[in-house]
Write a protein that binds this ligand. Sequence first.
Ligand code: CMP
Length: 144
Amino acid sequence: MARKTANPATLAMLQRVPLFAGLREKEVRSIQTMGREVDFAAGTNITSEGEQGVAFFLILDGRATVLVGGKVKRQLGPGDFVGEIALLDGGPRSATVRCETPVRGLALVSWTFRPLLLESPEVTYKILVEVCRRLRAADRESSA
Ligand code: CMP
C-alpha cells in the first residue's frame, strides 16, 4: 500500500543514494515530496514485461531480480532504480522486476519523473549512464 513520504529516515537514505548524490538537500526533499513510498511483498512484481507503466522506482530496501523473457538478467538492491525505459519512450515495460524479499521503494509517476529530468541535469545524466551500462551488458550477453 502506498503512503505519502515525510519520513526523515527516508530523506537521509535518499541523500546517500548515488542517483541523488550532488543534489542539494532542498532538491532531495522536493524529490521525496513528489514521490510515494511503496511497499511490495516478496514474490510480487514491481514491473511486468509487456505491460504499460506509469512509474519509476528507486529501491530503498530489499532485493529484486530483473527478468526478460523469463531469463534472469540482473539482481538489484538498495540504491538501484527501475522503470525509466517505459517512462522515457512511452513503450511497454521491457522487463519484469520481481521482488525476492519485501521491497520498499520510492515511486515517481511519469508526470513528476519527466519534470525531474528536465530540472535536474545531474539526475538525468546518471540515469543515462546507467541505461548505457545496461545496454552494453545486454549487448555483451547477446554476442557471447
Ligand atoms: P522499464 O522497461 O520501464 O521496466 C522494466 C525495467 O527493468 C526497465 O525499465 C529497466 O529499469 C529495468 N531493466 C530492463 N532491462 C534491464 C537489464 N538488462 N538490466 C537491468 N535492468 C533492466
